[in-house]
Every structure is written in C-alpha cells, then in structure tokens.
Ligand binder design. Structure first.
Ligand SMILES: Cc1cc2nc3c(=O)[nH]c(=O)nc-3n(C[C@H](O)[C@H](O)[C@H](O)COP(=O)(O)O)c2cc1C
Length: 164
C-alpha cells in the first residue's frame, strides 16, 4: 500500500483476533515511532508497551473496555519538562503514535486511539513518573471487524484559502 492508501483505508479497530503480534512486526511498528519527527529532534517521550493481561485490565477505562482485549497497548507519555522543547512534547508524542498507527495498518494490524482513560490509574499501574503526561493509549491487534468509513466534514469546512 502507498502511504496515501494507508491513510485513506485506515479505520479505528476495536475488536481483535486472539492472535499475538509477532516480534518482528512489533519491531517494525516501534521503528516507525522512533523515526517520527520531533521538535529539535529532542524526542521528549517514552512509550510503554503493555502486553500483560492484568495491566491491560487495570488501564482499561470505563468507556473503552475493549482495551483489555487488545493483544498490545502502547501508552504514549510526554515529558513537558524536557529541556527547550517541553512545550512540544505532547505534539511530538502524538506524531510518533500516529506513525505507529499507520505502520501497523500497512502491516495488516488495526488500532484504536484511546483518549478516554484515567491518567492517575494509568500512571500508578505502569509506574509513570508524576511529572510526565500520559498523552494517549493506542490499542493494536489483528482486526476482527471491518468498520465502514466514518463521515468527515467537507473540505470547505476544514480548509480555506489564504485567510481563515
Ligand atoms: C485523540 C483520540 C482519542 C480517541 N479516543 C477514543 C476512545 O477513548 N475510545 C474509542 O473507542 N475511540 C477513540 N478514538 C477513535 C475515534 O473515535 C475515531 O478515530 C473516529 O471516530 C474516526 O473513526 P476512524 O478512526 O475509524 O476513521 C480516539 C481518536 C483520537 C484521535
């Protein structure tokens, strides 16, 4: 698939096959995250790879209970106190996570961003330092569903030429 085909065909996947993600596939997903751009190349982030069933259960929010059924959850953490570029740390983390989402889709895996989580609970469960920020969780796994494309706003509502 071309990059454009990956971007246009990707869907959020919330139901997963009961199938492990092979190590080489995980390595390629992680590699895509590592190669993301970041402000001044400071990479002010850390990603916790969660495969342990008990931990997945602990970080599953009330709204997104399917988190615990995903073979893999990657938790994106930003360091807002990072030297010079701390203020970009959330954006940097987000870009790296989306790189992983797109890489996963190109390798035949679905994923779903999770914004609905209890930050304190996630921090406690995964021993994330208090002064770091949990930006988002992303679940990964082989898809057990084929969701339709969700509607997007019209181009004219989202883009304008030369002025807002
Ligand atoms: C920052 C962010 C947070 C999200 N949080 C959740 C979530 O907590 N639970 C969930 O089921 N989906 C979540 N989603 C997935 C969106 O609902 C989904 O991307 C959107 O409906 C568009 O559908 P699509 O990804 O299939 O194109 C989140 C997406 C983003 C980008």
């Amino acid at each position: 698939m071309s990059v454009l085909e990956v971007i246009l065909s990707r869907r959020s996947i919330r139901r997963y096959e009961d199938k492990e993600i092979p190590e080489d596939v995980l390595d390629r997903i992680i590699g895509a995250g590592r190669h993301a751009p970041s402000a001044a190349n400071k990479q002010p982030y850390r990603f916790v790879i969660v495969t342990d069933a008990e931990l997945k259960k602990a970080i599953s929010g009330l709204v997104s209970r399917f988190v615990k059924n995903a073979p893999l959850v990657i938790v994106g953490c930003a360091n807002p106190k990072a030297m010079l570029t701390g203020k970009w740390s959330t954006i940097d983390t987000t870009i790296a996570l989306e790189n992983m989402v797109l890489a996963a889709w190109s390798l035949g895996l679905g994923s779903c961003w999770i914004g609905s989580f209890n930050e304190e609970k996630v921090k406690r469960s995964l021993k994330i330092p208090q002064d770091w920020k949990v930006v988002a969780l992303v679940c990964f796994g082989y898809s057990a569903e084929s969701p339709k494309q969700r509607k997007r706003k019209d181009t004219t509502e989202l883009f304008s030429l030369n002025q807002f």
